[in-house]
Design a binder for this molecule. Structure first.
Ligand code: KIV
Ligand code: ZN
Length: 434
């Protein structure tokens, strides 16, 4: 089946850096931009040139640095902004001026203090002016999802006739929901004059946690460009996360017959680089690239994973550049995962020995939550020490030593009373740890 190509417009360096704590210096942007190119994004929105000299320099330097992606610079719908953007983009092999103007009545009345007619004329004139510098012009009606759809379509028709080549539909305040956003894209497709000559784009914010779902709904309704940011950074609750959109399209290709140019194996490296540059950590349970995205803690899951990763993983870690899945050893783990980790550490236990060490492991896990390799090695050392002490003091042969867990005396005390552990140890892994 022929798959339509979705243009990935990355705004990590513009909308993304507008998120608190994520602003980047010129040098930092210059470090990330080549990685975005390697990742395969189609458009890099490098900054807002009129905003500061630093942003101007960043857009200018990135324009010289990258070769394949289009470099975009943001501009309000006014001459000084557009001139500054055009100047910053002068050296780009492929450039785009991204012009925006708010269109909702709330913004027109309280922020811009202009009428709808004035707004339409300003948008149209700004696009025509931008077109005198660059062929590739994107127009965004800010707060589109709270704009009267009739007026929105009228204004979009005017900017298309003035030369816009991409119509970006921003859900600026993260207010819309998937069905509604899909309908809005369909309405635009049905009513905007000249729509067949231009690309429709979706730009979703995550205030209700549905930015990616909204973006996917927009694609299904006919959008062919997505605006997104690595790690989902951006104003307030962020922008739609690039890695989530791309992997949803890839993993559920049966539902979404589209393709992107993203090299998914570069997702993790890009995410890590951004996090290192900004100093803003990725939440552990973040889809696709969070620390726990490929970590399995429950015994039933670990057992399944060891038998066949397809049981609990819909994406192989390597697909997104994560070195490997991890089985986190804790109180929900089973003997299968424990035995396997010991094998990796060079120890092989028969069933009886594994039962014994597993009981001790559970007591420790109850106390310290995550059991690391050095703890496992300590358990083995204590076990050997116990058996040599046992040889020396035959009378105490079957008594568990109080020194069983030097790492944690409380866990050692629990050894003789924790019947739960005994019970757990007797169960098969696949019955445990849901
Ligand atoms: O969210 C928004 O409306 C924007 C525009 C500038 C596209 O970021
Ligand atoms: Zn935005």
């Amino acid at each position: 089946m022929e798959r339509a190509r979705i243009t990935v417009f990355d705004t990590t360096l513009r909308d993304g850096e507008q998120s608190p704590g994520c602003s980047m210096t010129v040098q930092e942007k210059l470090r990330l931009a080549p990685q975005l190119e390697k990742l395969g994004v189609d458009v890099i929105e490098a900054g807002f040139p009129i905003a500061s000299d630093g942003d101007f320099e960043a857009v200018q330097s990135i324009s010289k640095l990258v070769t394949r992606p289009i470099v975009a610079g943001l501009a309000r719908a006014c001459k000084p902004d557009i001139e500054r953007a055009a100047q910053a983009l002068k050296n780009a092999r492929r450039s785009r001026i991204h012009v925006f103007l708010a269109t909702s009545d709330i913004h027109l009345q309280y922020k811009l203090r202009m009428t709808r007619q004035q707004c339409l004329e300003q948008a149209r004139d700004a696009v025509a002016f931008a077109k005198s510098f660059c062929q590739d012009i994107e127009f965004s009606p800010e707060d589109a999802t709270r704009t009267d759809p009739e007026f929105l379509c009228e204004l979009l028709s005017a900017v298309v006739s003035a030369g816009a080549t991409t119509l970006n539909i921003p859900d600026t305040v993260g207010y819309t929901v998937p069905a509604e956003f899909g309908n809005l894209i369909s309405t635009i497709r049905g009513k905007v004059k000249g729509i067949d000559k231009v690309v429709i784009s979706a730009h979703c914010h995550n205030d209700l946690g549905v930015a990616v779902a909204n973006t996917l709904a927009a694609i299904a309704a006919g959008a062919r460009q997505v605006e997104c940011a690595i790690n989902g950074i951006g104003e307030r609750a962020g922008n739609a996360a690039l890695e989530e959109i791309v992997m949803a399209l890839k993993v559920r290709a049966d539902q979404y017959p589209y393709e992107t140019g993203i090299v998914t194996e570069e997702l993790y490296t890009t995410s890590q680089m951004l996090s290192e540059i900004t100093g803003v950590a990725v939440q552990p349970n973040k889809a696709i690239i969070g620390r726990n995205a490929f970590a399995h803690a429950a015994g039933i899951h670990q057992d399944g994973m060891l038998k066949n990763p397809l049981t609990y993983e819909i994406i192989t870690p390597k697909t997104v550049g994560v070195p490997d899945s991890t089985l986190v050893l804790g109180k929900h783990s089973g003997r299968h995962a424990l035995g396997q980790r010991y094998e990796k550490l060079g120890y092989h236990f028969d069933r009886r020995e594994l039962d014994e060490i597993y009981r001790k492991f559970l007591l420790l896990a109850d106390e310290i939550k995550t059991v690391h390799d050095h703890h496992l090695l300590e358990l083995v050392r204590d076990r050997s020490k116990q058996s040599s002490e046992g040889d020396d003091a035959k009378n105490n042969q079957n008594q568990p030593s109080r020194k069983a867990f030097p790492a944690n005396a409380k866990a050692a005390n629990a050894l003789s009373v924790n019947s739960m552990a005994e019970h757990h140890a007797e169960q098969e892994d696949h019955l445990w740890g849901v």
